[in-house]
Design a protein around this ligand. Structure first.
Ligand SMILES: C[S@@+](CC[C@H](N)C(=O)[O-])C[C@H]1O[C@@H](n2cnc3c(N)ncnc32)[C@H](O)[C@@H]1O
Length: 326
C-alpha cells in the first residue's frame, strides 16, 4: 500500500511531508495489558524458573497478550478509520479512469471486474453505476464485513470473497481485474508465480489486469519514502504517517509502515500496519511476465494519464501497468 502524495486530478490537495519516527507506541497495548493483569494481581511475568507448569503458563500468557494486542492495533481491523484516512481520494474519478482503460484496451466485453486487496471496496458503487458487476477479494474479515454492509443495496449485487491474493479461486471468471495503491503483497518469486497463475485462472482470455503503483520505477530499497497527512472527516481527526524500511537487500524485501493516530470525538487510538513487500523492478517484471505468466504486457503509463507512456529520464510519480490474459 502506498499513500498517494497527491492525485494528479486533485492538484489542490497537498499533504504536508515531514520525516517521521515510527517506534515505541507499538508496545503501548502490551504495557496496558500487563498493567491490567497486574491490577488483578496476576504476576505472570515473573515465573518461578524451576516450576515447569508455571513457565509454560507464563509463555502462554505472553503469546496470548502479544497476539491479541498486535491484532488490535492493525488499521485494517478498523475499516471506518481506514476509509476516513483515504477520504481525500476522488473515487468517482478513479472509477471513470478504470472505465477509460477498459474502453481503450479491452478486446472482450467487460461485464465483471475484480479488485484484488479490495479493502472496503471504495470503487464498488461507482463501478456498479458504470454498469459493471463488482467482485472484491481481501484477506481481512473486518474490511470485508464493512464492505458488505456498505454496499448491501448495490445493483447488480457485489460479491466479496475472503482469500489470499497469493493463491485463490473464483467461482466465475472476470474480464477485468485491478489492484490499487501498490497493494500487491508478494514476498518471493514463488508467491509472484502463484499470484499470476491465480490471476490467469480467474481472467477470461483477452481479459485485462491493471496494476496501480505495483512496479517500482524509483526503487524503495535505498530510498526512505516518508510522508504524513492529516485530515478531518465527520468529527474524526486522522493523522497518517507512512514510511518504508529495508529488510533484505538481496531479496528486494522492504517494509511499509503505516501509522495512524485517530481522534474519534475525543477517543484516541494509534493504529499501525506493517506490510512486507518485495520490490518489483520494471525490466525484471517484463521478463517475468514474458517467461513465467499467461499474460502479455500491454503498456505502462505515468500519473493516471493514458497519454503519457513511461519513457525518458523522468521518474514516474505513480506508475500504472496493464497486462492482457493470453
Ligand atoms: C491499502 S488497502 C487497499 C484497499 C483498497 N483496495 C483501496 O483502494 O483503498 C490493502 C488491503 O490489502 C489487504 N491485503 C493485504 N494482504 C493481502 C493478501 N495477501 N491477500 C488479500 N488481501 C490482502 C488488506 O487486508 C487491505 O484491505
Amino acid at each position: 500500500m502506498i499513500i498517494p502524495r497527491q492525485n494528479r486530478h486533485k492538484r489542490n490537495h497537498r499533504p504536508r511531508f515531514r520525516p517521521i519516527q515510527t517506534v515505541t507506541f507499538s508496545l503501548l497495548p502490551v504495557r496496558t495489558a500487563v498493567n491490567f493483569f497486574r491490577s488483578k494481581n496476576i504476576h505472570f511475568l515473573t515465573p518461578e524458573p524451576e516450576n515447569r507448569a508455571c513457565r509454560l503458563q507464563h509463555r502462554l500468557f505472553l503469546t496470548l497478550i502479544l497476539k491479541t494486542t498486535a491484532c488490535k492495533t492493525m488499521l485494517y481491523d478498523y475499516p471506518q478509520y481506514y476509509e476516513a484516512a483515504f477520504s481525500f481520494r476522488d473515487v468517482a474519478w478513479e472509477a471513470d479512469f478504470l472505465k477509460q482503460v477498459i474502453d481503450r484496451h479491452a478486446v472482450v466485453p467487460v461485464r465483471t471486474v475484480l479488485e484484488i486487496a479490495c479493502g472496503h471496496a471504495p470503487h464498488a458503487g461507482e463501478l456498479s453505476r458504470l454498469g459493471y458487476r463488482y467482485v472484491g477479494l481481501d484477506k481481512n474479515p473486518h474490511m470485508l464485513a464493512y464492505a458488505r454492509e456498505k454496499w448491501r443495496e448495490l445493483n447488480p449485487p457485489p460479491e466479496f470473497i475472503q482469500g489470499d491474493m497469493v493463491s485463490f479461486e473464483l467461482p466465475t471468471k472476470v474480464q477485468f481485474a485491478y489492484v490499487m495503491l501498490g497493494s500487491l503483497y508478494l514476498n518471493t518469486d514463488e508467491e509472484m508465480q502463484s499470484h499470476f497463475a491465480a490471476m490467469a485462472r480467474c481472467l477470461e482470455p483477452g481479459g485485462l489486469y491493471f496494476l496501480d503503483w505495483c512496479v517500482q520505477f524509483t526503487e524503495p530499497l535505498t530510498r526512505q519514502l516518508s510522508n504524513s497527512v492529516e485530515l478531518n472527516r465527520d468529527g474524526i481527526n486522522i493523522k497518517s504517517e507512512f514510511n518504508t524500511r529495508l529488510i533484505d537487500a538481496a531479496r528486494q524485501l522492504y517494509e511499509e509502515i503505516w501509522t495512524v493516530h485517530v481522534n474519534d470525538h475525543g477517543q484516541e487510538k494509534t493504529l499501525r500496519t506493517v506490510e512486507r513487500n518485495r520490490a518489483i523492478f520494471p525490466q525484471e517484471f517484463l521478463l517475468f511476465v514474458k517467461t513465467q505468466t499467461d499474460f502479455r504486457f500491454v503498456g505502462w503509463w505515468e500519473d493516471w494519464d493514458l497519454n503519457r507512456p513511461i519513457k525518458g529520464s523522468a521518474a514516474p510519480t505513480r506508475p500504472l501497468v496493464l497486462l492482457r490474459r493470453k
